[in-house]
Design a protein around this ligand. Structure first.
Ligand SMILES: [Zn+2]
Length: 228
């Protein structure tokens, strides 16, 4: 076998060195680009772009409870981080009756010693009553009283299923509050998600009904896109 000449050895060394430098350069460039792109991935895109959504305030009637220690303590609700859906567990009763029940508890807690109230109550006719202002806490959602708004829904029977009028108002009200406080979908919760209590009963017994409800809220938000 023919031995390499000095000149050939030198040439080979130069080629290998050039290859090495090129490889290093390629690695460096790829590394920088991957860094840039992975950096972009870290910035999470919001689920819902509220800058292009405007939900009209649904019609609602203010029937605030009188300030009292048991149902309207007047404690400031600093930041709304969620909306909690409830059912009244009182079949066939309307919104006003439930509101008056909260009012009647101003002197003492309920029979179990619980303080009870809610920001909103939606009646069987779909009308929305406001019982506690949105910037004050209500006593409905246990450990989440301090950073959520509560909605009690009336229902015709023991199944706890909301009728169409109540359901449609609930979709509109939750969408409106989501827009107003720029809530993520994870901020829409059931009382069940806070304490494990079967509330709202039908949407705990039928998780698919709860999933459908959240989808309807998102669909409603998308319908409220501002046309530019
Ligand atoms: Zn509840």
């Amino acid at each position: 076998m023919k031995r390499m000449t000095k000149k050939n050895e030198y040439f080979l060394a130069v080629v290998l060195a050039a290859l090495g430098v090129t490889l290093l350069f390629v690695c460096l460039v790829v590394g920088i680009f991957r860094g840039i792109f992975s950096g972009k991935e870290v910035v999470k895109k919001p689920e819902i772009d509220y800058s292009v959504i405007q939900v009209a305030k649904p019609e609602m009637q203010e029937m605030y409870l009188t300030k009292n220690v048991n149902s309207r303590p007047g404690i400031l609700l600093e930041k709304v981080r969620g909306v909690v859906v409830h059912y009244t567990a009182n079949p066939g009763t309307d919104a006003r009756a439930n509101r008056n029940y909260f009012e009647s508890r101003k002197e003492e807690p309920d029979e179990k010693g619980n303080k009870v109230s809610s920001h909103f109550i939606i009646g069987l006719d779909g009308r929305i009553l406001c019982c506690v202002p949105e910037n004050e806490i209500a006593y409905a959602s246990n450990v989440r009283n301090g950073d959520t708004l509560s909605i009690e829904c009336c229902h015709p029977d023991k199944t706890g299923r909301f009728n169409q009028a109540t359901y449609q108002s609930l979709v509109r009200l939750v969408a409106y509050l989501c827009d107003k406080y720029e809530l993520e979908q994870s901020g829409i919760i059931r009382h069940y998600d806070v304490t494990g209590k079967k509330c709202p009963k039908h949407m705990v017994d039928h998780p698919e009904a709860w999933a459908d409800f959240k989808k309807e809220v998102v669909a409603y938000l998308k319908k409220c896109r501002i046309k530019k």
